[in-house]
Design a protein around this ligand. Structure first.
Ligand SMILES: O=C(O)CCC(=O)C(=O)O
Length: 417
């Protein structure tokens, strides 16, 4: 249920937008939005929670309050009671793990990564995946040193200068608007029902120009920039302003092998015949043998960041699995349908959870309206045994959440012209 006060005065919002607004609401300093936000008062789906309420950071941070009411923040100690798990989605065995089919083609694998694997991936995401030549959201504006993360880890006070505002390049027409979102999150509104073709993408590649650096920015320390960074691109480079991958290079930037292994393992573990409906005609029988991610985005969220509803459909075969891993603070993830008018399902994604979207489920609107403050699991607390890099990575995640999502742009056997 969405409070009228949360949804605002307009009745013209779509069901997705109303739910987004409910979870985003920060208008009251002393309250968190209730996690009972679905129609018919359903609680958010929370299958990856620890068994004991007392061990659950989401409960400890007072996110479960009295039903149908906003609840007080944790310092006011009104924790409410965690509801019983009800309406648990269909369970499927995925290797040694349990998966839940949360909607057609979408499988949630709670706690897929153990604590150690989460810490390894956290460190890799911040210290390796942000290294050149991977583009970062801040790359077009700052003259980034190759050792940005090392400077962050050493708490360097050295200032990193902005790039000089560029004159027109030979490729630039100077007419395109700079991407709206260099510093914000993805606001791409991609309509459903259209599969992009390779030729269309190449023509978009030709239209594309790099964002000009902003003239308004000043030099910053690595600490400031690591907080401003919103994404790192892995593999084939996505051009945000034209919503396409850049297929002009002959090959992609090397995709991290450890991440590729993880995603391939996940896809191989899913019993696709039991997950997709019998009439699903998306070639899923091949995925166990030929799924290899070649592109991905690492999303870096500060706790007050959000990701608006969108559909990821820039891949040549947009039914192939998208594997999405959560690290750090829990979040509310909204999983909708191919229409924003349908009520989305709020799912609590916790550190170590893996969500796979595939088949027609890839056309579902989804977004992250809330990072859940106060929900960082205890294994992210500093330890004397931590390396310098891990200690810095833990410092970073204390203020945020990381999502790593991997996809396969080129179906195997695809001949590039
Ligand atoms: O942060 C998440 O869990 C979702 C990220 C996402 O939907 C995207 O990058 O397209």
């Amino acid at each position: 249920m969405v409070d009228a006060s949360d949804a605002g005065p307009s009745t013209s919002y779509t069901a997705f937008r109303k739910t987004e607004k409910h979870f985003k609401n920060r208008s009251s300093q002393s309250r968190l939005p209730t996690l009972y936000a679905c129609e018919a008062s359903r609680a958010a789906l929370d299958v990856s929670r620890p068994d004991r309420q007392e061990d659950d950071p989401v409960w400890q941070a007072s996110w479960w309050g009295a039903e149908q009411q906003n609840v007080r923040r944790r310092f006011q100690r009104d924790k409410g009671k965690r509801p019983e798990l009800s309406e648990v989605p269909r369970e499927v065995r995925c290797g040694s793990k349990t998966g839940y089919v949360v909607s057609e083609g979408c499988i949630l694998l709670p706690g897929y990564l153990d604590n150690e694997a989460q810490l390894d991936l956290l460190e890799a995401a911040l210290s390796q995946y942000t290294l050149p030549p991977n583009p970062l959201s801040i790359s077009t504006h700052y003259d980034l040193p190759p050792n940005l993360f090392e400077m962050y880890a050493n708490e360097s006070k050295e200032l990193i200068p902005t790039l000089a505002p560029c004159a027109e390049t030979p490729e630039s027409t100077g007419k395109e608007k700079p991407a709206e979102r260099w510093i914000g999150r993805k606001t791409v509104d991609t309509p459903a029902g259209h599969v992009v073709g390779y030729e269309e993408i190449l023509s978009k590649n030709r239209q594309w120009t790099a964002d000009p650096p902003s003239e308004k920015l000043g030099s910053k320390t690595a600490g400031e920039l690591m907080k401003e960074m919103r994404w790192a691109n892995l593999g084939w480079v996505y051009q945000w302003s034209v919503k396409s991958y850049d297929f002009r290079p002959d090959s992609p930037i090397t995709f991290p092998p450890n991440l590729s292994t993880l995603c391939v393992e996940v896809v191989k573990s899913v019993p696709w015949d039991h997950v997709l409906s019998a009439d699903s005609n998306v070639g899923h029988k091949a995925w166990v043998n030929d799924y290899v991610p070649d592109t991905g985005i690492v999303n870096f969220y500060q706790t007050n960041d959000t990701l608006m509803a969108h559909v990821d459909r820039a891949e040549l075969d947009p039914s192939r699995p998208l594997v999405s891993v959560s690290l750090g603070h829990a979040c509310v993830f909204l999983l909708g349908t191919s229409s924003r008018d349908d009520q989305p399902l709020p799912i609590i994604l916790r550190s170590g959870d893996v969500l796979v979207m595939s088949g027609t489920g890839r056309q579902n609107y989804h977004g992250v309206p809330r990072i859940m403050e106060g929900t960082l699991p205890s294994h992210f607390e500093p330890s004397e045994k931590d390396s310098v890099a891990l200690s810095a990575a833990k410092r970073w995640i204390h203020g945020g959440r990381i999502n790593i999502n991997a996809r396969q742009v080129f179906p195997p056997g695809f001949k590039r012209v």
